[in-house]
Write a protein that binds this ligand. Structure first.
Ligand code: C2E
Ligand code: CA
Ligand code: CA
Ligand code: CA
Length: 283
């Protein structure tokens, strides 16, 4: 037993070191990535289920280190958070999204939605920087939606939560929309929603698959209840990760206004967004 224990410790140490190395390699790469122009944005359409029209596009970060393979955001964003690099990367993403989305808004009236990280949101100059970027790109405020998560609002205690809620409420009062991302994966009760300055709920992908699974009756009742409660609070809902026609049909019948997922389109480069907007394939 002792030998096995020792062994386990050795294996554990090895894994830990390997992860550290990985982490520090990613961190070093990230430090150079902005200046080297290695980031780009891919955009995924958010589709209006009633009309089949494109309502908005979500900007999703892509990192392709020079001469290497693209590294997924689920891998590099936690490292960017740990190192604080996410703040500059996040501002780059907002800036780039506003620049690229301007013509889509002008020609097709669609909004762009941009993910914000917790650290970026807690920056003292968050509000001013958002407003300044919008002004510089002459993008109407209602053409931008910021995506935040419940955990970001709750992470650092009631005083900080109140400060951040105040900032989001202020941005909202100026026309910027706020979406609560990954809804259903956090802790907050539905009643709590009423107190948050949000316009849109994004229901996490983990709710979508069960809609057409073995326990679909219960799953549908649950999602329908969220959609209806959101509507009664004046909020819109986006269901994420819609992969099948059957799922889209179920959501449409329960009155869910918006959906996003591979059924409609994966995240695509900006030039393909132009083609998609011209083609309006789901109308
Ligand atoms: P998210 O904000 O929840 O974004 C949705 C993720 O689901 C995206 O992964 C998207 O490609 C993927 N997805 C969309 N439709 C489907 C589907 O039908 N099926 C499946 N299986 N997946 C689908 P992606 O692009 O890898 O991004 C992962 C996460 O990284 C995002 O999750 C978000 O939390 C974070 N992220 C991405 N871009 C940014 C950014 O600019 N800033 C910050 N702070 N976080 C970002
Ligand atoms: Ca998101
Ligand atoms: Ca999400
Ligand atoms: Ca997510």
């Amino acid at each position: 037993a002792k030998a096995a224990g020792k062994n386990r410790v050795a294996v554990f140490d090895y894994t830990l070191r390997a992860e550290r190395l990985h982490h520090s390699e990613i961190a070093a790469g990230l430090r150079r990535a902005l200046a080297a122009g290695e980031f780009s944005l891919a955009y995924q359409p958010v589709v209006d289920l009633a009309t089949g029209g494109i309502h908005a596009v979500e900007a999703l970060l892509r990192w392709t280190p020079a001469g290497g393979r693209s590294i997924p955001p689920d891998v590099f964003i936690p490292v960017a958070e740990d190192t604080g690099l996410i703040v500059d990367i996040g501002w780059w993403a907002l800036e780039q999204a506003c620049a690229e989305a301007k013509r889509w808004h002008e020609r097709h009236g669609i909004a762009v939605t941009v993910n914000v990280s917790g650290r970026q949101l807690r920056e003292r100059t968050f509000r001013e920087t958002v407003m300044e970027i919008l002004t510089r790109h002459a993008l109407p405020r209602n053409a931008l939606t910021l995506e935040v998560t419940e955990s970001m609002l709750l992470a650092t205690g009631p005083a900080e939560t109140q400060r951040i809620v105040g900032i989001l409420a202020d941005l909202r009062a100026h026309g910027v929309r706020i979406a609560l991302d990954d809804f259903g994966t956090g802790y907050s009760s539905l009643a709590y929603l009423r107190t948050l300055p949000v316009d849109i709920l994004k229901i996490d992908r983990s709710f979508t698959t069960p809609l057409t699974g073995a326990d679909h009756r219960q799953a549908r009742a649950f999602t329908k209840a969220i959609v209806e409660l959101a509507a009664s609070l004046g909020l819109s809902t986006v269901v994420e990760g819609v992969e099948s026609v059957e799922q889209a049909g179920v959501l449409q019948r329960m009155g869910c206004p918006l959906a996003q997922g591979y059924l409609f389109s994966p995240p695509i480069p900006p030039r393909e967004v132009d083609d998609l907007l011209r083609a309006t394939p789901w109308r």
